[in-house]
Design a protein around this ligand. Sequence first.
Ligand code: SAM
Ligand code: SF4
Length: 363
Amino acid sequence: MYCYIKDILEKEILTKSDIIKLLRCEGKEKEELFAKSAEIKEKYIGSKVWLRGLIEFSNICGKDCLYCGIRKGNRNIQRYNLSDEEIINVAMFAYKNNYGSIALQSGELEGNNVAVRVEKLIRNIKELSEGKLGITLSVGEQKPGVYKRWFEAGAHRYLLRIETTNESLYAKIHPNDEMHSFGKRLDCLKSLQDIGYQTGTGVMIGLPFQTIDNLADDLLFMKNFDIDMCGMGPYIEHADTPLIHASGSLLPLNQRFDLTLKMIAIIRIMMKDINIVASTALQTIDPTGREKAIKTGANIIMPNITPAKYQSSYKLYDNKPCTEEFAEDCQNDFETKISIANTKVVYGEWGDSSHYDKRVEKT
Ligand code: SAM
Ligand code: SF4
C-alpha cells in the first residue's frame, strides 16, 4: 500500500482516482505526499515566498453567499468603506516597505461608481509607485468591460474563487437566484483569462455536503482551466450566516486543515509553476498554518495591511485573526515567522506566476 502512493507520486498526470487516494492518505503515505510537493516547490519555485499586502477596502456587499460573514443580510456587523486617501496611504505603506505587490479585496458591488472608483485607484497607485507596485484584484463578479478597464489601468492579477465546481453543492451554499449563479461565476473567470489577467481561483475545503469526490473534481477543474494562481482555504463557520445550521455534518477543524494542506500539496504536484496562496483561514485554525502551507507547496503570503480599526469588521468567519501587520516593525517579526519554514521572503518583486508566461506563449 505504501508503495502504491509512491507510484502515484511518480506519475506525470494524475487521474481522479489517484487524486482521491492522495486526499485519503494518512500516516507515512501523507508524509510521502508532502515530501513530494515540497520537492516540486523547491525545484520549480525555490524556497521563496512573495508578498501581497492585503487591503480589505470595504465590507459592503450586495450578495448573500450563505457562508460569508459580510453577506448583505448580516445586520450584526458595522459596514465600512475606506476613503480613497486611506487606501492610497496603505498602498504606499506597502510600496515603501518593499512588499512588491498589493491585493485589493472587498465585498461585491457592481455599477459605474465602483468601476470608476477602482479604476481611478489603480491609476493613482500605479502613478505614485512609479509603476513598481503590482496590483491583484479580488472584487468579485463584474462585467467584462469593467474587468478590461481595470486591466488597462494597470491591475494584472485577479483572484475569483469558484468556491466549488460542483453545481449542486454551489446551489446549496448560495441563494438560488441570478445574482448567485454558478454559470455567471464561471463566465467571469473565463473573461478574466481572455482579457489577459493572471487568473486565480480556488475553493473552500470542508464545506457542508462536500465530498472527497467533489474536491478531486475541483483540482481537475483548476488543471483543465489552466489557472495561474490558486487560493484555497478551509471553510470556517460564522455564527450569523444561514450555513451555520448545516454545521452538524462538518469535519472537525483539524481535519479541514489537514485536507487543505493535502489540496495544496496535490495542486502543487499537478501544476508545478503556479502561484499558490497560504490562506489566512489556515492560520485561524493553527497559528502556524501559513508556515505549514508554505512548507507543503504554497509560495504567496497575503499579510493583512488593512488599518487595524477596520480589520475586525471584515469578519468572513468566526475567530478570523486581526493580524495588525500594518506596522513597520512587524516586518522583522514576519521574516522571523516565515524563516521557520526555511523560506526567504522576497521583497520588492511582483512575484508573478511563471505559468502565466508559458501559457501566454502557447496561445
Ligand atoms: N467578494 C469577493 C468574492 O466573493 O469573490 C471577494 C471577497 S470574498 C470575502 C473572498 C473569499 O472569502 C471568498 O471567495 C470565499 O471563498 C471566502 N470566504 C467567505 N466566507 C468564508 C468562510 N465562512 N470560510 C472560509 N472562507 C470564506
Ligand atoms: Fe460578498 Fe464575496 Fe462574501 Fe459572497 S463571498 S457575500 S460576494 S464578500
